[in-house]
Design a protein around this ligand. Structure first.
Ligand SMILES: C[S@@+](CC[C@H](N)C(=O)[O-])C[C@H]1O[C@@H](n2cnc3c(N)ncnc32)[C@H](O)[C@@H]1O
Length: 271
């Protein structure tokens, strides 16, 4: 049986980062407390909904690349969020019906939805683990049931590292994950970039279930050091292998950076 956690009593009244993101994406799994903060964020960053969509589109393009061109057959999506359209297993299984996917999140509310809507076949699982304790992800029973860490794997850290504070040390976490990943594996990240208006919006997350930590392009690049970045490297999300040749200036200027990096050789952690 999966490890189940009770939902906290405040789960409808306290703003929740996964439900706020769902609201930005136009989903329905959100409450008044989430919408109130999300609307304040939209007043500071009017393109917030566009940015959420760009993040999701980047994730889909990266997963298509990994399942197709890169030939990856197993995926661990950490900070997977509420089910939405074009979930990772739907994208991969269109390319490779045998692809295996484990969704990982530390939010019990997300896990309830994910178990109902995502873990719908033998090749898809949902695991309750906290990225900040990477060993709880790598060694999770439901992860080990589907993922063979001795073979190449794609680990997705999409729109989740900016919920990890410097105290929790995202570089350490990435180093530990890389140490578990076989050569030929891939890591995907997207991350919110520091800007004055983004910092003000991040302040509004103080009452939510996790803080937001925007980082500079240099700080985000440092998280990826030692990985072989596939073309075009670390870029604003719409510029990562775009399918559309025309983009709006507001999209090109999105304060969101992303990259796909290949683990080239065995690594002992720490970047
Ligand atoms: C903004 S959503 C991103 C969803 C999806 N990755 C995407 O990009 O579309 C962030 C998710 O990360 C999860 N999360 C935040 N901190 C986490 C942690 N320390 N461990 C696991 N999941 C975490 C949240 O619960 C939430 O579901």
């Amino acid at each position: 049986m999966p490890n189940r956690m009770p939902l906290p009593p405040t789960f409808t009244t306290a703003p929740n980062i996964a439900r706020m993101y769902d609201y930005f994406l136009g989903g329905k799994e959100n409450f008044a407390a989430d919408r109130a903060i999300a609307e304040k964020i939209v007043r500071l960053v009017p393109q917030a909904r566009t940015y959420a969509r760009l993040n999701r589109e980047f994730l889909v393009r990266a997963v298509r690349f990994l399942a197709g061109e890169a030939g990856i057959t197993q995926f661990v999506d950490i900070g997977s969020g509420l089910p939405t359209q074009r979930n990772v297993h739907e994208v991969t299984q269109q390319i490779d019906p045998d692809a295996r996917i484990v969704y990982v999140d530390n939010d019990p509310m997300v896990l309830v939805h994910a178990r109902a809507l995502l873990a719908t076949d033998a090749n898809t699982r949902v695991a309750n683990a906290d990225l900040r304790k990477s060993s709880s992800v790598v060694g999770h029973r439901d992860v080990l049931n589907l993922i063979d860490w001795s073979k190449p794997v794609a680990v997705l850290l999409v729109a989740v590292l900016h919920f990890v504070t410097d105290t929790d040390d995202p570089r350490r976490i990435i180093g530990e994950l890389r140490a578990a990943m076989a050569p030929g594996s891939y890591l995907v990240i997207s991350h919110v970039e520091r800007r004055p208006e983004v910092d003000r919006a991040a302040d509004l997350y103080r009452d939510a279930n996790a803080p937001v930590v925007p980082r500079t392009a240099e700080e985000i690049a440092a998280l990826l050091s030692g990985l072989d970045l596939v073309e075009p490297g670390l870029v604003r999300l719409p510029l990562w292998r775009p399918q559309e040749l025309e983009m709006w200036p507001e999209e090109l200027d999105a304060p969101l950076l992303g990259a796909v990096g290949r683990v080239a050789s065995l690594c002992t952690g720490g970047g």
